[in-house]
Design a protein around this ligand. Structure first.
Ligand SMILES: [Zn+2]
Length: 337
């Protein structure tokens, strides 16, 4: 491959365009702005509740009233969207709290849409927080082993998505990694009168160790086994492209790659290959590692956070899902990136 320019030193000196912030900004190929950010939030039943998540400083499990406050602050800072995760009081083996009409997410969505109608409310669609065993699908135990059943799980996921739509969510985001779930959800939404409801699919979601702190946040750690029989093997990139292709064929309107920093190559390939609206999820440990190192004085929190998000944009992400969304918005208010 030949290079896309013919410049040669000394006629071409790349440093000519780097002397001042103004000039650097003019020629910046990639930009970050607050309109690209999505803030994940955790809601649980209660009142005036802000339960700190130890491994994620600045992130809380919130009761609905506190959720409105937190989301309102984000919106006031210019963050256009939140992604909701629910923590129910009760769990069972059919995740009934996930699709209950008065489930915690359904209630929270109704409240958010009433109090903050301009906020985009996205909902994570999965069963793990509502399952007593913590897996993302229905489990069948066979002697000592347990299998996560794919097809019977689809019905519950579809029901969950429809219940979120019915509560007024603006977008549903299935994260379970069952095969065929985007199609099942699309058909159920259409049949339920929600043909305009967009689906953001966690299309390439890897079985990543970077999700560690999230499991404390969402109280969704599996009680046995792990998620490697349904989430993707981090060794595989071509398979990620097949997952994305499948989800697009099944009706995904936006696709997501998760985690973000460890998957910049996947984000890039997905964007180049499909050109679809693409989200990157900067997951819990990406956030926690920066927070921890910053607390020790080892890194500059603002600089490292912004550079990480910029790298996701440069790789091809249009949408950045990050626990640091409010911090980032504040930094922009204080004087840009
Ligand atoms: Zn799950």
């Amino acid at each position: 491959m030949s290079l896309p320019f013919t410049g040669q030193f000394p006629a071409y000196r790349p440093r000519r365009l780097r002397p001042s912030p103004a000039l650097r900004r003019l020629v910046a190929e990639t930009r970050l702005n607050v309109g690209q950010l999505v803030l994940p939030l955790f809601v649980r039943p209660g009142k005036k509740l802000r339960r700190a998540i130890e491994a994620m400083p600045g992130v809380f499990q919130l009761s609905p009233d506190e959720l409105v406050r937190e989301a309102g602050e984000a919106l006031a800072l210019g963050v256009p969207a939140v992604l909701l995760f629910g923590i129910p009081d009760k769990k069972d083996e059919l995740a009934s709290g996930a699709y209950a009409r008065n489930g915690i997410v359904q209630k929270a969505v109704r409240l958010l849409k009433k109090e903050l109608p301009d906020l985009l409310v996205m909902t994570d669609v999965c069963l793990c927080e509502y399952m007593s065993h913590g897996h993302c699908g229905i489990v069948r135990r066979e002697n000592a082993a347990a299998r996560i059943l794919n097809d019977p799980t689809l019905k519950l996921l579809a029901r969950t998505a429809v219940s979120h739509a019915d509560a007024g969510a603006d977008l549903v985001a299935p994260s379970d990694m069952m095969d065929g779930r985007v199609g099942a959800i699309r058909r159920a939404l259409d049949a339920g009168g929600f043909s305009e409801m967009p689906i953001m699919s966690y299309a390439a979601k890897f079985a990543s160790a970077f999700y560690g702190p999230f499991r404390e946040a969402a109280e969704s750690a599996p009680k046995f086994g792990d998620r490697r029989s349904y989430q993707m093997d981090p060794a595989n990139a071509r398979e990620a492209l097949r997952e994305v292709a499948l989800d697009i064929q099944e009706g995904a309107d936006l696709i997501m790659v998760k985690p973000a920093l460890a998957c910049l190559d996947i984000i890039h390939r997905v964007k180049v290959e499909f050109g679809w609206p693409t989200a990157a999820y900067a997951v819990s440990a990406e956030y926690s590692m920066i927070k921890a190192a910053a607390a020790k004085g080892w890194v500059d929190e603002r600089a490292v956070t912004l550079e990480s998000l910029l790298a996701m944009r440069r790789a091809g992400a249009d949408i950045l899902i990050t626990y640091a969304a409010k911090d980032v918005a504040r930094w922009f208010e204080q004087g840009g990136s």
